[in-house]
Design a protein around this ligand. Structure first.
Ligand code: GAR
Length: 221
C-alpha cells in the first residue's frame, strides 16, 4: 500500500472546504494525512476545525513581515518543513509570490468559485450574474504564479436560477465545491491525477479538458 498523501491546507476563512476534505477522509474516500492547516488570519474558522480534528495549526500574521515575498517565503518554507506533499488552498485569500511558490509547481491546488478562465479574482458570483451567465460554477486548478491562472483540472457547473442573487448563488454553489475539491484531491492521492511535463495528466495521458463533477463523482468531459 502506498502511504497516505501528506496534505497541508491553507485557509483564510470559515473553512467549509477544509471540513469537506476532513469529512471525506473520515468516510474513507480520501487516503490522506493532514499534516498542517495554516492561515493568515488568527480568527479563521478553519483553525478551529483543524484543531477539533487533531490537525496541527499555524498562524502567520502578514503584518509581521516587511513584504509579501518575505511572508510567502517563510510560509512556504514552513509548509516544506511540515512534510506536506500537496498543498491545498481552500479559501486562502492572498496573492502568492511567484518565487516562493516555484518549488511547489504541480504540487499545489486551489479551488476558485467560478468557471475559470472566467472571473479570476474576487466577487465571482456577482460578476457572473451581472454578465447574465446561464451557468456558473467552481474550478479546481493547479496553482501557478498567475492569479487563478494555472491549468484547470475539474469543474462543477451550476445553472443560474431565476431569483439568484449573489448570496444565494454562492450558497447553492458551496455544496458542489464540497464534493469537487475532495474528489480531485482523492484522484491525486490515488495517483490517477498527476503533474507531468509541466501539465496535468489523468490516467496516464495528458488531461485534454477539465473533468466535470457529475451526480456520482468526476467524469471526463
Ligand atoms: C470558497 O467559496 C472558495 O471557493 C473561495 O472562498 C470560499 C472559502 O470558503 N475561494 C476563493 O475565492 C479563492 N479565490 P470556506 O472557507 O468555507 O472553504
Amino acid at each position: 500500500m502506498p502511504h497516505p498523501l501528506r496534505i497541508a491546507v491553507l485557509a483564510s476563512g470559515r473553512g467549509s472546504n477544509l471540513a469537506a476534505l476532513l469529512a471525506a477522509r473520515e468516510r474513507g474516500e480520501l487516503a490522506a494525512e493532514f499534516v498542517l492547516v495554516a492561515s493568515d488570519k488568527s480568527n479563521a474558522g478553519a483553525l478551529q476545525l483543524a484543531a477539533d480534528a487533531g490537525v496541527r495549526t499555524l498562524v502567520l500574521d502578514p503584518k509581521a513581515y516587511p513584504d509579501r515575498r518575505a511572508f510567502d517565503l517563510d510560509l512556504f518554507g514552513k509548509l516544506a518543513a511540515s512534510g506536506a506533499e500537496l498543498i491545498v488552498l481552500a479559501g486562502f485569500m492572498r496573492i502568492l509570490d511567484g518565487e516562493a511558490i516555484a518549488p511547489w509547481a504541480g504540487r499545489m491546488l486551489n479551488i476558485h468559485p467560478s468557471l475559470l478562465p472566467k472571473y479570476r479574482g474576487l466577487h465571482t458570483h456577482r460578476r457572473a450574474l451581472e454578465a447574465g451567465d446561464l451557468e456558473h460554477g467552481a474550478s479546481v486548478h493547479f496553482v501557478t504564479a498567475e492569479l487563478d491562472g494555472g491549468p484547470v483540472v475539474a469543474q462543477a457547473i451550476l445553472p443560474v436560477a431565476p431569483g439568484d442573487d449573489e448570496h444565494r448563488l454562492a450558497q447553492r454553489l458551496l455544496p458542489l465545491e464540497h464534493r469537487l475539491l475532495p474528489a480531485v484531491v482523492a484522484l491525486i492521492a490515488a495517483g490517477r491525477l498527476a503533474w507531468r511535463d509541466g501539465g496535468p495528466w489523468f490516467d496516464g495521458a495528458p488531461l485534454p479538458a477539465p473533468l466535470r463533477l457529475g451526480p456520482h463523482g468526476l467524469l471526463n468531459a
